[in-house]
Design a protein around this ligand. Sequence first.
Ligand SMILES: NC(=O)c1ccc[n+]([C@@H]2O[C@H](COP(=O)([O-])OP(=O)(O)OC[C@H]3O[C@@H](n4cnc5c(N)ncnc54)[C@H](O)[C@@H]3O)[C@@H](O)[C@H]2O)c1
Length: 265
Amino acid sequence: MTALNSFDIEGQNVIVTGGAMGIGLGIARRFVEGGANVLLVDRDENAVRIAADGLKGKGRSAWLAVDIGADDAGAQAVAKCVASFGSVTTLVNNAGIFPQVPMLEISPDVFDRVYRTNLRGLAFMSAAVGKQLVAQKTQGSIINIGSVDSVHPSMIGLAAYDASKGGVLMFTRSFALEMAVHGVRVNAVLPGGVTTEGTSRPLAGSKMTAEQMKEMMDHFTQTKIPMRRMGVPDDISGAVIFLASSAASYMTGASIVVDGGMLLA
Ligand SMILES: NC(=O)c1ccc[n+]([C@@H]2O[C@H](COP(=O)([O-])OP(=O)(O)OC[C@H]3O[C@@H](n4cnc5c(N)ncnc54)[C@H](O)[C@@H]3O)[C@@H](O)[C@H]2O)c1
């Protein structure tokens, strides 16, 4: 194997949650281009169907409409991936929500929804795929999309989100420890600000108009990001493809920050 083809992901069977748009769709595109088969899992049925149909490359695509907070979402995703491609080798836990509501105003219901998607959904999706990898005797990998907010708050109003993403980082480490004996690697990618559908409109719960949101993002980019630009989904794909490939075969419980230097500022 040469140093370059160790980045090969051809033939992997990958589940990408939250794959209908944004970072998840960007990741899925690169996998399919590289010859991996991808199951997009998303709660937005119309968007996930269109996204899967639009994926073009050496690999194949399929889709499943489910809320990853549902108790049987992991089992459904595994069953669909096996039915579509024959096995599961890789999971990218990307689905996440980021309502912006100060802790003094947040309702228990919104707090629970953030945890249900960002942490509980991610954990039980990991468990379902972990069981399948063990049953298949596949030395696969799981990649969790955390955030720079896993280690440092980026703005006011994200206490529930930040707590959930801090949990993602510690879940990654703990599950990596549990799965190492099975040869299953569990790692995280921590993005900074990335322009996506979700960050291009006022955040759910925010009282900002679209114009105020744009002004806030411009100010954020100029003052908080040393590289002076927002990331694009492809900035995140590279780190995910690396972690999924055999180039990262001795990495587990690790996290890669992809933030244009934001955590340095
Ligand atoms: N965009 C950023 O600046 C940024 C920064 C750091 C971390 N992240 C993380 O990256 C991930 C993707 O963010 P994005 O900006 O692409 O978001 P986005 O809102 O653009 O897309 C998220 C996708 O996930 C789906 N989704 C949300 N909740 C779901 C659920 N319960 N079940 C199934 N699907 C669900 C949505 O339908 C959507 O298709 C999230 O985990 C987010 O926290 C994003």
